[in-house]
Design a protein around this ligand. Structure first.
Ligand code: BGC
Length: 400
């Protein structure tokens, strides 16, 4: 039988946002933890800072805690400018951490880390065969997801670097900055980046990205958080309901590289224009383990073309966990959103000893289309000297 899916990811060897809640005080606290405030005693806006451990290379890392007036908590670390924790209330006000992650930097440097919560780039998603030509010069990148380049490459991908943090004095916000030198991971240009996480009192997690370069270079930054609105490590996301504001998706070959065709989602398992339960149209775990299913039925791993004008903020996705009532809306100015249903999660152990099973969490990564640098008719990812790359994604949380 032909799969209801258009082409999906073939090899199992893949390397592996802000919310509107009811303005209520949480009925109970989970173990969000209270690190020492970083600035003066009695400063109600103080952003707590704590040690997150040393990298294998001996670099110190830090974790910052953002808290809003409704008790929501987001924690971010300098390692990979990564979102580590996100504590959201359910319909009764109970807070739970909904993000996959690790307790310290050693976990993030370990084999279980599949880009959990990180800032992904310089170019997220795939570049075909790790090659592109720009201004007459051919560039070769790491093919770390054979035969393609994935999520910025090897040891110097942005997700594996220690960023500099600057907590805000006015808002529950931290800005991370990093300059990636010319030639790093094969990319041209000295690229200076800033990523700001802001937790607002409107129950939003806002992520603002900025970058400048001294030589034309492709840039496509996203956040790779894995969400389970029932609580990270609490089972699968198969009963979550997803709506995607997308009439079309970018069709791919079996290595997940776009063919160049923009196809309608109508009459396919990719049609999320009305809410659908995620598990409704993908096979169960047993089916996935048969040889047949290693290819096109592994799950969702697709780039959707967000309706409306790229460059303007609009709704891209709405996710609801019916059991807890937690809802996340994602608004973005990006042209696309990759929906990945956690097909390569492997029961790895994360924060507090929790296990992350197959399809135990999902990613909704706002971004430019995969392999844009090799597709002239896709919205361009080329940043030129003198221009500023600037993009925003807002995750809005509520419960119902
Ligand atoms: C990709 C998946 C990949 C995963 C790695 C997602 O963004 O679309 O194919 O396996 O990242 O964690």
């Amino acid at each position: 039988m032909q799969s209801p899916f258009p082409t999906l990811f073939k090899t199992a060897a893949a390397a592996a946002s802000i919310l509107i809640m009811n303005a209520c005080s949480p009925a109970s606290e989970d173990n969000a933890g209270q690190p020492e405030p970083q600035t003066g005693d009695g400063d109600s806006n103080a952003i707590a800072k704590a040690d997150f451990g040393e990298t294998k290379a001996g670099e110190a890392t830090e974790i910052y805690t953002l808290t809003n007036k409704n008790g929501l908590v987001a924690k971010v670390t300098t390692y990979g400018a990564t979102l580590v924790e996100l504590h959201l209330p359910d319909k009764d006000g109970n807070l739970v951490d909904v993000i996959n992650g690790f307790d310290n930097v050693a976990g993030y440097e370990g084999d279980g880390n599949q880009y959990f919560g990180c800032t992904t780039g310089r170019v997220c998603n795939r570049i075909a065969k790790g090659k592109f030509t720009l201004d007459g010069e051919e560039y070769t990148l790491a093919t770390n997801n054979e035969p393609n380049h994935l999520h910025g490459g090897g040891d110097k991908a942005l997700s594996k670097q220690v960023w500099k943090a600057e907590p805000s004095a006015e808002a529950q916000a931290v800005t991370f900055s990093l300059t990636s030198p010319d030639g790093e991971e094969g990319y041209p240009g000295n690229l200076s980046m800033k990523v700001t996480y802001t937790l607002t009192d409107e129950n939003e997690l806002r992520i603002d990205y900025e970058a400048t370069t001294d030589k034309a270079t492709p840039v496509n930054l996203t956040n790779h958080a894995y969400f389970n609105l029932g609580g990270a490590g609490s089972g699968t996301i198969l009963s979550h309901e997803l709506t995607l504001n997308a009439d079309n998706y970018t069709a791919t070959d079996d290595t997940l590289i776009p063919t160049g065709k923009i196809e309608p989602v109508a009459d396919t398992a990719l049609d999320f224009r009305k809410a659908h339960v995620i598990g409704e149209r993908i096979p169960d775990k047993e089916a996935k383990e048969t040889a047949d299913c290693e290819t096109s039925t592994l799950g969702y791993d697709h780039n959707f073309v967000v309706n409306g004008e790229a460059g303007t903020m609009r709704l891209a996705a709405r996710l609801k966990d019916p059991a807890s009532g937690r809802v996340m809306e994602i608004h973005t100015d990006q042209p696309g959103i990759q929906f990945y249903s956690g097909n390569f999660l492997m029961e790895q152990e994360g924060k507090g000893g929790k296990k992350y099973p197959f399809r135990g969490a999902l990613c909704l990564e706002t971004q430019h289309f995969p392999d844009s640098v090799n597709h002239e008719d896709f919205p361009s990812t080329i940043l030129k000297p003198g221009d500023t790359y600037s993009t925003t994604t807002v995750h809005r949380f509520s419960a119902e």
